[in-house]
Structure formats: structure tokens, C-alpha cells
Design a protein around this ligand. Structure first.
Ligand SMILES: C[S@@+](CC[C@H](N)C(=O)[O-])C[C@H]1O[C@@H](n2cnc3c(N)ncnc32)[C@H](O)[C@@H]1O
Length: 211
């Protein structure tokens, strides 16, 4: 097992904790940058949009999102106290300026009123959610009419996934639906105009869904 894999195992990507968790989150801020940049190219928020990132981890996605909404407001949500602390620190200028808040909470119960956000993102987190169908309904609840949800991962169920990806799915018990299944789940959760973007040469998925 590589050093990186040992750190990931000790840091627990499902709910990061401890020194290894902090190291892993810093690495993910870098390693998830390409899939995140690709996925966010599908988002076209108004400059003053209200944005939510679920499972914000080390905070790099929120920083990218802040560039898309220069007059907007941003919320990071994560049930790991370490992820909340790391995201706050990574974006401390934006937190201090009052444009970003980071909250410790699970996707199971998002502490906001219905229709609070114009854009909701989640990157490399969905596969850990405890009750994916119910959790998607909860995301739909807080999305405004006309708003966009982007569900992003670097794997989805398809033939020919690399061995390491298959090992990760087994070790971390990842929920890894096919395009067909994910599309159906989003529809049942109340989303419409669902587009499942994939990127040739990768196993990336960006599910774009609207309220
Ligand atoms: C693999 S990390 C990805 C972090 C970040 N989005 C990125 O792309 O680097 C997964 C994150 O999702 C969070 N997470 C997992 N299940 C969650 C849940 N039920 N509610 C909120 N956050 C959750 C974890 O705590 C962790 O910070």
C-alpha cells in the first residue's frame, strides 16, 4: 500500500479526522481540481447567486465557486468538524469578509428554508451519503425554482473501471450508480432537465439537474 493510500485510510475520506485527515483534505484540494474545474464549466450562475457546496472537504471547490459569483453568497456544509475547520481556514478571507459561511451539518438535514439556493454542488461526496434517494430529495428542497444542482464524481458504474477504483468502492463501501440509475434517482427526487455529462478518456460524471 502506498503512503498516500495509508494516509487516506487513516484520515477516513467518508468523515475526515485527525492529522492524516487534514493531510488528505489538502491533497484532495489539489487532486480533485481537474474534475471540479471541468464540472463547474457546466455552471452559469448569476454574479449574485446564492451557492451551497455539500461535503465541502478542504474548501477548494468553494473558492472556485466564489470566483463565479463575485457578488454572491456561499455556504459550505460538511458533517466532519475537521472538514469544516479546514474549509474555513482555506477560505478565511471570504469568511472574514462575511460572504462565506461554513456549517457542520449532514446532507440528511440541511439547515436552510426551502428554495434557499440558486446553485448547489457536491464533489466526490455523494457516494458516502447515508440514504442517497432521500438525501437527493433534501437537496431538491433547498434549490430555488430555476436553480441548478451539480453532482460530481470521478467514477460512476460502467464497465472497465480501473482496479484501484474497484478496490476503493469495496473498501469505502461507495454508492456508485450507473448513469441510468442516477438519472432515475434525480428524477424521483423532483429534479428536471437532467443532463448527465461524462468526459471521454476519464470516468468522470457531472450530473446537472434543475428545479
Ligand atoms: C472525499 S471528501 C471530498 C471533499 C471535497 N468535496 C473535495 O472534492 O475535495 C468527502 C467529503 O464529504 C463529506 N461528507 C460525507 N458524507 C456527508 C454527509 N452525510 N453530510 C455532509 N458531508 C458529508 C465528508 O465529511 C468529506 O469532507
Amino acid at each position: 500500500m502506498s503512503d498516500q493510500q495509508s494516509i487516506t485510510r487513516a484520515g477516513n475520506p467518508a468523515k475526515p479526522h485527525g492529522e492524516a485527515g487534514a493531510e488528505m483534505l489538502a491533497r484532495m484540494n489539489e487532486s480533485h481540481a481537474p474534475v471540479t474545474a471541468w464540472a463547474l464549466s457546466h455552471a452559469h450562475p448569476a454574479p449574485d447567486a446564492a451557492v451551497l457546496d455539500i461535503g465541502c472537504g478542504g474548501g477548494a471547490t468553494l473558492r472556485r465557486l466564489a470566483e463565479l459569483v463575485p457578488q454572491g453568497t456561499l455556504v459550505g456544509l460538511d458533517y466532519s468538524p475537521l472538514s469544516v475547520a479546514e474549509t474555513r481556514y482555506y477560505n478565511r478571507d471570504l469568511v472574514t469578509a462575511g460572504v462565506m459561511q461554513v456549517m457542520e451539518s449532514s446532507v440528511e438535514d440541511i439547515p436552510f428554508a426551502p428554495a434557499s439556493f440558486d446553485l448547489i454542488t457536491t464533489v466526490e461526496s455523494f457516494y458516502f451519503w447515508p440514504a442517497p434517494q432521500d438525501n437527493l430529495r433534501e437537496v431538491r428542497r433547498v434549490l430555488r425554482p430555476g436553480g441548478t444542482f451539480l453532482l460530481v464524481a470521478d467514477i460512476y458504474d460502467k464497465p472497465g473501471l480501473p482496479e484501484q477504483a474497484l478496490r476503493n468502492i469495496e473498501e469505502y463501501k461507495l454508492f456508485n450508480p450507473s448513469l441510468l440509475r442516477l438519472g432515475g434517482m434525480l428524477h424521483r427526487a423532483g429534479f428536471r432537465n437532467i443532463v448527465l455529462h461524462t468526459q471521454p478518456g476519464t470516468d468522470w460524471i457531472c450530473a446537472e439537474a434543475h428545479a
